[in-house]
Design a protein around this ligand. Structure first.
Ligand SMILES: Cc1cc2nc3c(=O)[nH]c(=O)nc-3n(C[C@H](O)[C@H](O)[C@H](O)COP(=O)(O)O)c2cc1C
Length: 172
């Protein structure tokens, strides 16, 4: 077990190594979407998604300040979180690149306020942006969930920088 100092001011602080430690926290994979001021659907692969509150229903995710989509998400009043199913790795890879027209050829429909929803997702949360917090090199978006849906599909997992299968385990 490595004991590593992590203060940003510390000359030994290594963001890559910090990321390795964070990678031990297994997550699902989502694609967070919205639309631009001209109505074009946009989105990115995101595993910083988390639940915040049950009542009211709130969720959060964080976006890198380096994302070219930052201005779009800052101006948007709504966003949608698509929780990917186990067979959606190609979608995750596609939306993890800074490509134009990521939705071209991708089956989708539109939900509350025209938020893009991806076909075949395990769960979807359609949100109104409730708050934004600048924190370090990311902006945290908190959304009030206006509508959600889910299907009986195994979700896609992400762990130590790689995709993973998520299976229930029965305690002995
Ligand atoms: C599994 C996975 C999870 C990711 N999670 C996030 C995240 O939570 N926040 C973020 O800003 N980028 C995240 N990324 C990186 C973005 O998907 C990537 O930078 C993408 O190019 C952003 O889209 P854009 O360049 O069109 O804005 C993740 C990538 C992968 C593969």
């Amino acid at each position: 077990m490595a004991d590593v100092p992590a203060a940003a001011a510390d000359p030994d602080h290594d963001p890559r190594d910090f990321r390795n430690a964070l990678g031990l926290f297994a997550t699902g994979v989502t694609i967070v979407t919205t639309k631009t001021g001209t109505g074009e659907p946009i989105g990115l692969t995101c595993n910083s998604f988390s639940s915040v509150s049950l009542s009211p229903p709130l969720v959060l995710w964080s976006l890198s300040l380096r994302s070219p989509n930052l201005p779009n998400f800052l101006q948007a009043t709504h966003f949608a979180v698509n929780v990917l199913a186990h067979d959606q790795i190609p979608l995750s890879q596609r939306f993890a690149k800074p490509l134009p027209r990521k939705f071209e050829g991708v089956a989708h429909n539109f939900g509350v306020h025209g938020m893009p929803l991806l076909d075949g997702a395990a769960a979807q949360f359609e949100c109104r942006t409730e708050a934004r917090h600048y924190s370090g090199d990311h902006v945290i978006f908190i959304g009030q969930v206006l509508r959600y849906s889910y299907a009986d599909l195994a979700p896609l997992g992400y762990f130590r920088g790689a995709y993973a299968a998520i299976q229930p385990v029965t305690p002995a």
